[in-house]
Design a protein around this ligand. Sequence first.
Ligand SMILES: [Zn+2]
Ligand SMILES: [Zn+2]
Length: 441
Amino acid sequence: MHNFELSPNLPKNHDLNKKYNRFAKQLSEWYNSGKVPELASQDTRFMLELQKQKLKKLGIDMQIKFGKTEQNEGNVGALSFEDSVFVNTIIGTSKKVTTTIRNSGNEIYCSSEEGNLSVVLQNPKTGCVPPADTPLCCPNCGAPSTLGGLEDGCEFCDTKFLMDELYPKVMHIFIEKYGKLLYDKKPIKKYILFCSIGFFVLYIGLHILKSFIINTEAFRQFMETKDFTVDKDSIVTYLYAVPASAFMGVFFGIPAWFIANIIESVRQLANVGRGGSTMPKTLIFCNKMHTLDPTFSIEYFRDKSTSLLKFMLYSSDPQELNICQCKKPIPKKIREIIDITYRNSGVTKYSIKNGVCNVSLTFYTDSLHYRNGRIIRSSDKIRMSMRKVIKKPTDLGFSFKAVTCPSCGGSFDAANVRNCPYCGNDYPFEENEWVVTDISI
Ligand SMILES: [Zn+2]
Ligand SMILES: [Zn+2]
């Protein structure tokens, strides 16, 4: 592999590390107060905005918090890949992810679990200044513009920007949740308590039963008078049962807790391993694409396809998006998804003919569905097909919120608009970006 650089442990004072931590804070703020994350690229902001609008339309509110994990904060790892102008760096570490969903003030879902927050940060290559006509959105007002235009002052809000203020940008966000906290020590007390109470109740119940069997006269009396008196001997027996039950609680509670944890870890392991069989085809596909387009990489493709999937899932009306060229209606089960945790993805089918690439992918996700007023968590297999014309090399800096019209050079937002507002020509979307041609679950 070339163009790659891996740093398994980024120093704390490294610029990328600082930016990552700043963004983690900004993302928490976004989910809790709605403050737009400054470091997010316009496409990322658009994805977050789509999700917020969809939740609002459904009448629900979702908050996500990123905290430190119980163990020490893990190492921050980074992997970089580049094209002729930009360097994209995947950077992430473990976080405690807390998700709370409310429906008109009532909590309908809450989970706090160990997870991971990874982002893809984009910077210009060292010693490389992106061309002035690089399409870019104004970080202040969001108006589509160019790098040169923003340095001179935004046409709409007049704000001037320096290069350092425009980069780095967060291009993609991955929030992973591992399920229950692994080997969480807290529930061990619960297991012991439940086992102790269980034994105590069982012991006393058996004791009463035994006394009735031995003394049928007492039982007959009890049935008639409904009056049950406890004799002195029994009270002593019950008192002895307290430490005995506590002992049994520890004796059986700890192994029960241990077994429950093992079952959970095996379940998670099976979950993480989903989709491994698609790996060989994915590698063949990415290698083939790499020979046709040297900028194309497996990392780029995974990030890009996952972003497109999120646009499709988080939009209340995906067919309004320009990236959606699906002929078939979007299945109901897809439309009820409000949040996903990406587990794995892989290529299942592809064809490259006459300079057009068609590729089908399977995504393995853990999704939150909103169905009949309830949140349902399920492990999903989502199939998505994509298409692109492979004429130009991949542009890591591409943003569909700011594209340049090839006919007149005007900058505009191509997320929902198909034609250039200045000259009216159709924007050749598929020559610059992947489009989604089918999605199913
Ligand atoms: Zn502006
Ligand atoms: Zn135009």
